[in-house]
Design a protein around this ligand. Structure first.
Ligand SMILES: Cc1cc2nc3c(=O)[nH]c(=O)nc-3n(C[C@H](O)[C@H](O)[C@H](O)COP(=O)(O)OP(=O)(O)OC[C@H]3O[C@@H](n4cnc5c(N)ncnc54)[C@H](O)[C@@H]3O)c2cc1C
Length: 460
């Protein structure tokens, strides 16, 4: 089949979706391309806007590079449009030759220990969404705990711990919304305890993020000598891996520090496997119970049977993110991803039961590969997916209404208040103006309706 134009829909305007569009537009190909980028949120950039912590302006700065791609003007944006509610796979088949899903992951992976459902037990993803001003999360957060546990040994656990332990004055130069500043200012927290079931040489923190904790004003870093009795496997990890070497160095520096003067403390507990969140008798979190583990000699750990308990009034479960299923699209319930081969979506054949390519449907980013890895990884992901989109030209869909106007007509006929690139510029300028009035770079607008009104120029 010969084609001279690809009408492509990309669902998800996070880094994966934007990189995919950019890579396709720049790729060597013998057909024209016209791309529409849909996102459920009224503003683009996915987790760079709504996941990366507000006190990481250097990472948030990646938005500048993503923005340059959008500002070229060769990609149309339709924000505030949810796939599965506002538009369906059938709609996309009617208007496009193919679709790439780049819908990422926003939910918490579940932690199956007793008490995980108690009042005061929170998923880290929900807390992150709150402090990053995601429009679909509550405006208030119950920050009434003095002692808090954070379960997990990855960077999200560090983000959550840092935001909990940091004094709000030290966040006021960032873009945190007013409701978040007010919530954090009222927090009575004194101790944040981070739990990891493995040893210090097996953590998933990156050195930069770990080191940053030690620089927090009026926060003591507390590490425990009993966790540093390394076995051969741990010693080999320190000697053979630069990242582990730096992490070990940072932790050992903290062991030498004098503590006791700060009003807040951040404790790192290793070889500590949480086994229960304990009810205080009223249905609320009262304590965390964990089993002490020990190295198994092969880089893993085994339980020792020694059970310990610490009073806490809140628990944050930072054990990973998980993708969400999309209507009409295959979903791997175990890994929370769309099943795929290098980005080509796979569907189980009804007759043979074997997986086969679902023509015209692709995936990229966290929904393709799972919620691990940095923003930069979504670029290589997108390259792989785009290679197949180009090569699969003979298998693309044949849409009945491929014109660009027909999509706008469809959205209008459904009364969808979508936002476009000009709208994003309006919201962006509005947020920056709110920020400059307070001597800050930006203050985020949180309510969805307000974001949409400002974007569409409908604000009073
Ligand atoms: C708390 C946290 C902190 C992080 N910090 C860093 C960091 O410091 N440095 C770093 O490099 N990486 C960091 N990351 C990782 C980084 O955010 C991811 O690698 C990256 O965002 C994944 O990109 P993505 O485009 O696949 O998904 P996302 O960024 O999640 O984008 C997916 C987009 O799809 C949209 N969408 C979802 N469902 C639908 C639907 N049904 N219809 C329409 N649109 C939909 C969403 O609204 C979203 O905009 C962090 C991640 C988290 C969770």
């Amino acid at each position: 089949m010969t084609r001279n134009k690809l009408r492509l829909a990309i669902v998800g305007a996070g880094p994966a979706g934007i990189y995919a569009a950019d890579i396709l537009l720049k790729a060597e190909r013998n057909f024209d391309v016209s791309i529409d980028l849909f996102d459920h949120l009224p503003a683009p950039y996915g987790l760079v806007r709504y996941g990366v912590a507000p006190d990481h302006p250097r990472i948030k700065g990646i938005i500048t590079a993503l923005r340059e791609v959008l500002d070229r003007g060769d990609i149309r944006i339709f924000g505030n449009v949810k796939f599965g509610e506002d538009i369906t796979l059938e709609d996309l088949k009617k208007h496009y030759n193919a679709v790439i899903f780049a819908t990422g992951a926003v939910k918490d992976a579940s932690l199956n220990i007793p008490g995980a459902e108690l009042e005061g037990s929170f998923g880290a993803a929900e807390f992150v969404s709150w402090f990053d001003g995601h429009p679909d999360f509550p405006r208030t957060w119950p920050l009434d705990a003095k002692e808090v546990a954070v379960i997990g040994n990855g960077n999200v656990a560090l983000d959550v711990s840092r935001i909990l332990a940091k004094h709000v004055e030290d966040l006021m130069s960032t873009e945190i919304p007013a409701n978040v500043a007010a919530g954090l200012a009222a927090s009575p927290v004194t101790d944040v305890h981070v739990f990891g079931r493995r040893g210090p040489t097996s953590v998933k923190f990156t050195p930069l993020e770990l080191r940053e904790l030690g620089e927090l004003r009026d926060v003591d870093m507390i590490v425990y000598d009993e966790d540093f009795d390394y076995d051969d496997a741990a010693r080999a990890a320190v000697a053979g891996n630069k990242q582990v070497f730096v992490i070990d160095k940072v932790l050992n520096q903290w062991r030498q520090r004098e503590v006791g003067q700060a009003s807040r403390r951040l404790h790192l507990h290793f070889f500590a496997k949480p086994i229960e969140i304990v009810d205080d008798g009223t249905g609320k979190v009262g304590a965390i119970r964990w089993e002490r583990t020990a190295p198994d000699g092969e880089g893993g750990v085994v339980g020792t049977g020694e059970i310990r308990e610490l009073p806490v009034q809140a628990v944050y479960r930072a054990v990973g993110y998980f993708g969400s299923p999309l209507s009409g699209i295959p979903f791997d319930k175990k890994f929370g991803v769309i099943p795929n081969h290098e980005g080509q979506v796979l569907i189980r054949d009804k007759e043979s039961g074997e997986p086969r390519q679902m023509y015209g449907v692709y995936a990229t980013g966290w929904i393709k590969r799972g919620p691990v890895g940095l923003i930069g990884h979504t670029k290589s992901d997108a390259m792989e997916t785009i290679k197949h989109v180009i090569n699969d030209l003979g298998n693309w869909w044949t849409p009945e209404s491929p014109s660009e106007e027909s999509v706008v007509e469809m959205l209008e006929s459904r009364g969808i208040r979508w936002t476009d690139l000009d709208g994003w510029h309006r919201l962006d300028e509005h947020e920056q103006a709110l920020g400059s009035a307070e001597g800050r770079v930006r203050v985020k607008v949180v309510p969805r309706d307000e974001m949409v009104d400002i974007s569409r120029g409908d604000a009073a």
